[in-house]
Design a protein around this ligand. Structure first.
Ligand SMILES: [Zn+2]
Length: 264
């Protein structure tokens, strides 16, 4: 028994999305009975099939906010999760903006698709929800979408954190203190601060302010300006003392009691 995280991409932001030079399929977390697809951006369905990860088995979908590199394939995944819109099944968890719409952000999931999901949950920071015996707690972000959320998923193999798109805010320190694996959306390389997103120095500050640092940091949602993810990962690792790996299409992380294993 184990928890695993499989990455269907590494990129984010408009240029990575348009060019697909860094794929934007999100990632899948499998824990016991949970199979959750997180932020299924453009290509998620293609990438999942390419890795022979059956979309039919999806039983939860998490959409952190209302930007297409995070939500684009959500309706197709709902169709898979509901066995072709035949069975009422699964969870759709997302920000207010993605599920109901708010202001200039129109909802991105149709009422028709929502009608076949068993549990549709609009989630706000600090809300928690039980997902097949794992607890998901929504975390705060500061980004273009005012209702964006990340999460901390508490599993019996340890906690998995996902920042989603956010700039550096103090709450990230506590929200992810002590997770085993932290997936952080790092859009820019060192010394390139950018509004609404994290750069390498931001994540270094956040990790170094924690009481218990993660065992592993996965760099996710990288922009095209990160031309050498490996050297960027080494820079973050050197400055935090933890292992850092850039996400890559097909990267798999396994959490087994006490250890984690990385399979590419
Ligand atoms: Zn965004």
């Amino acid at each position: 028994m184990r928890a695993e995280i499989i990455f269907l991409g590494s990129g984010g932001g408009r240029w990575a999305t348009i060019t697909q030079k860094k794929p934007t399929g999100g990632f899948i977390i499998n824990v016991d009975n949970l199979r959750m697809h997180v932020d299924p951006g453009p290509g998620a369905i293609v990438r999942a099939n390419k890795l022979k990860l059956s979309p039919w088995k999806t039983n939860a979908i998490f959409v952190s906010h209302c930007h297409p590199d995070h939500y684009n394939d959500v309706e197709v995944l709902i169709e898979a999760m509901t066995e072709g819109m035949v069975k009422k099944r699964g969870y759709l968890i997302g920000s207010l903006t993605t599920i109901e719409g708010y202001g200039k952000y129109e909802k991105v999931v149709s009422d028709y698709h929502k009608s076949k999901v068993k549990n549709v949950v609009v989630i706000y920071p600090n809300d928690s929800i039980n997902l097949y015996d794992n607890e998901l707690i929504a975390t705060k972000t500061k980004h273009g979408d005012p209702y964006g959320v990340g999460f901390r998923l508490k599993t019996r193999y340890g906690d998995i954190g996902y920042t989603s798109d956010t700039e550096k805010i103090d709450s990230l320190i506590d929200d992810f203190d002590g997770v085993r694996v932290l997936i952080a959306n790092i859009t820019r390389k060192k010394n390139e601060k950018i509004r609404g997103h994290l750069c390498s120095n931001d994540i270094i500050d956040i990790i170094n302010s924690m009481n218990k640092k993660p065992e592993l940091l996965v760099m996710f949602h990288m922009g095209l300006k990160i031309t050498n993810p490996k050297s960027e990962a080494e820079y973050i690792s050197k400055n935090t003392g933890i292992e850092v790996v850039p996400s890559k299409f097909g990267l798999k992380i396994e959490l087994i009691d006490g250890i984690y294993k990385r399979i590419l």
